[in-house]
Design a protein around this ligand. Structure first.
Ligand SMILES: NC(=O)c1ccc[n+]([C@@H]2O[C@H](COP(=O)([O-])OP(=O)(O)OC[C@H]3O[C@@H](n4cnc5c(N)ncnc54)[C@H](OP(=O)(O)O)[C@@H]3O)[C@@H](O)[C@H]2O)c1
Length: 306
């Protein structure tokens, strides 16, 4: 019988790619979503509403594994107080909701795998490379990731193997950062942001989904893992490489930090700051990244439209 993987937020950028990978690998996927869609032979949809605490428990009760990706987008609109609340609660309350179903039904899944972010280390351009042991940051994203992971630890306390994937900037053409940047570069408005010296730890969507698959299949995986390429890509280098691979010209000077802060408000930290991140823990586990060079990763995005 096919193993069943529940993916919360399986309709998003990572979720769609991961669903297709899991189906190819012979899994059945059960997507937890706020909207029902037509089921297919390998993918079925189940409703939940995190804010009202309602969930179709059947999905959880049938699951062999749960991958938890759901959460309000971090980079779509300015971080007003209401937006911050939605970003935090859509991650923390959703994790707790899944945990409550598992607990009240004494249901054991083989693993609970939660998305997290490298934002957990805080946005400051601190010195040195962040490992999974590096202290949690005290800014907004640091707090969101910390609370999100604490909620996931609540599921670990039920005796369920729990993995937290601290994700860097995901590269794929269909959605996410590139989909936002390409139209800007197309208009000739691409430019380095702020000093341009801030690090931009990235990962190709193919490698990220391979890490989720590894987390499902490898019983040795437990706890937090940084999921990024460990290189020293800065925002300037990223801008230059993107322009070169996509054949766009970059003629504008760096966009000053204060302009971005005026446009984006507090959310500007996402583009103006960045730290180097170690991926040694994943490498030590035996995981091998397919896309190690930014140029190759972007070339694949141009080609494959993923
Ligand atoms: N993409 C990146 O570069 C990146 C980097 C670091 C971390 N991450 C994390 O990885 C996860 C997946 O990323 P992604 O890029 O695939 O995100 P995404 O495209 O924005 O998809 C997230 C999904 O979460 C669901 N969702 C949104 N708001 C929700 C709410 N209030 N309640 C319940 N579900 C809600 C939506 O599914 P429905 O509409 O079907 O309900 C949506 O499709 C996210 O948690 C993100 O923070 C992503």
């Amino acid at each position: 019988m096919k193993k069943k993987v529940v993916i919360s937020g399986g309709t998003g950028f990572v979720g769609v790619y991961l669903t297709s990978l899991l189906v190819k690998k012979g899994y059945e996927v059960l997507v937890l979503s706020r909207t029902l869609r037509p089921n297919t032979a390998a993918v079925s949809y189940y409703l939940w509403d995190v804010s009202s605490g309602t969930i179709d428990e059947k999905a959880i009760l049938e699951a062999d594994y749960i991958v938890h990706l759901a959460g309000e987008s971090i980079g779509d609109t300015r971080w007003t107080a209401a937006r911050k609340k939605a970003i935090l609660e859509s991650r923390v309350q959703s994790t707790t909701l899944i945990g409550n179903v598992l607990k009240s039904n004494a249901k054991k899944v083989q693993a609970f795998i939660s998305a997290s972010g490298i934002g957990i280390y805080g946005a400051l351009n601190g010195k040195g490379i962040c490992t999974e042991e590096t202290q949690v940051g005290h800014d907004f994203l640091g707090k969101v990731c910390e609370e999100w992971e604490k909620a996931a630890d609540g599921i670990a306390s039920l005796g369920i193997r729990t993995v937290k994937i601290r994700t860097g900037l995901v590269l794929g053409n269909k959605a996410g950062f590139l989909q936002k940047m390409i139209p800007i570069f197309k208009k000739g408005l691409g430019a380095p942001l702020g000093s341009g010296k801030q690090f931009m730890p990235w990962i190709h969507i193919h490698d990220l989904c391979a890490i989720y698959l590894e987390a499902i299949e490898n019983d040795q995986m437990e706890g937090a893992y940084n999921a990024t390429i460990e290189d020293s890509t800065t925002n300037s280098l990223f801008t230059k490489t993107l322009a070169s691979v996509y054949n766009y010209s970059v003629w504008l000077p760096n966009i000053p930090a204060f302009v971005l802060e005026l446009i984006l408000g507090e959310m500007a930290v996402i583009v103006l700051t960045g730290r180097r991140i170690s991926n040694h823990k994943l490498l030590h586990l035996g995981f091998r990244f397919h896309f190690k060079s930014l140029e190759a990763a972007l070339q694949d995005c141009v080609k494959s439209k993923d």
